[in-house]
Design a protein around this ligand. Structure first.
Ligand SMILES: N[C@@H](CCC(=O)N[C@@H](CS)C(=O)NCC(=O)O)C(=O)O
Length: 100
């Protein structure tokens, strides 16, 4: 799947923060949709179609729509491999093949 994940969130939500942290750890680029609860964004019909409970976070990835931060984190962990830095790749290669 080539779609970029889309994250729906509101400012100050620790549930959204932990999903954002997971995306950062995975170095996954994503589209950010900052909603405003005070403007009623969470109760608008187009958002309720993504999350009938009218809460954040919601992650949309292609045809998959996920609610509940822990479920989203588990999904991201399964779908996105963490990219290794070139330094850690060199260390790993040295451990596996010290003569190279
Ligand atoms: N169990 C949910 C909790 C989500 C939740 O409570 N989100 C709050 C923000 S921290 C929310 O959307 N509140 C808006 C509302 O209840 O209207 C999760 O882990 O994702």
């Amino acid at each position: 799947m080539n779609h970029q994940p889309e994250l729906y969130w509101i400012s100050g939500s620790p549930y959204a923060w932990r999903v954002m942290l997971t995306l950062e750890v995975k170095q996954a680029s994503y589209a950010s949709h900052l909603l405003e609860a005070s403007k009623g964004d969470l109760k608008k019909p187009e958002y309720l179609r993504l999350n009938p409970r009218g809460r954040v976070p919601t992650l949309k990835h292609g045809e998959h729509v996920l609610n509940e931060s822990l479920a989203i984190m588990a999904y991201l962990d399964a779908r996105f491999r963490r990219r290794r830095s070139s330094a850690s790749r060199r260390t790993r290669r040295a451990q596996l093949a010290p003569d190279l």
